[in-house]
Design a protein around this ligand. Structure first.
Ligand code: QAP
Ligand code: CO
Length: 176
């Protein structure tokens, strides 16, 4: 089932989501729906808060280094209750977000990290990440803490993007 993706400035995007206490069939259905929604929207990551669900679940499908050898679904990861246990280094990447459509901005993040989580069977997993995968993990974990990439920009840049987004939204409403 394809889910509706909430767009900024929807106040639900500020939700600090609740941990999942049991990975059951309901959570697995949520994961499947989120994956389907992410692919339809042509995203590389999606968090439960973006589809209006107050649970700590993220899905990612970040292209590998060897683009040519990539098989669809090969890089698919679904994590429940993800936690960053260590982070090091610094990197800057021009990020976008399905909840902030049409906008990108440079965001500074850690370049390498270790994440602990539960997989779709409720089994504990530990992931070591670098490159774009590490950036995407931090972006999605931010979402389940109610943080958008625009919240990590300088005040000036953030206000500029917010103003443009509001204008685009008003133009959309006028067209209806
Ligand atoms: C998060 O972002 C991310 O504006 C995933 O018009 C971002 O999938 C991880 C998208 C950067 C790592 C680096 C955005 C699609 C998709 C748009 C996305 C748009 C269409 C964003
Ligand atoms: Co996002």
């Amino acid at each position: 089932m394809i889910l509706n993706i909430l767009k900024y400035p929807d106040p639900f995007l500020k939700t600090k989501a609740t941990p999942v206490d049991k990975v059951d069939d309901g959570i697995r259905k949520l994961i499947d729906d989120m994956v389907e929604t992410m692919y339809v929207a042509k995203g590389i990551g999606l968090a439960s808060v973006q589809v209006g669900v107050d649970k700590r679940v993220i899905v990612l499908d970040v292209p590998g280094e060897e683009e040519n050898e990539r098989v669809k679904g090969k890089n698919l990861v679904a994590l429940v209750n993800p936690e960053i246990v260590s982070a090091e280094g610094e990197t800057v990447y021009e990020e976008g977000c399905l909840s902030v459509p049409g906008f990108t901005a440079d965001v500074e993040r850690a370049s390498r990290l270790k994440v602990r989580a539960l997989d779709r069977d409720g089994k504990p997993v530990e992931i070591k990440a670098g490159g774009l995968f590490a950036i995407a993990l931090q972006h999605e974990i931010d979402h389940i803490d109610g943080i958008l990439f625009i919240d990590r920009l300088s005040r000036l840049k953030r206000e500029m993007i917010k103003r443009k987004l509001k204008k685009a939204l008003e133009a959309e409403e006028r067209a209806l």
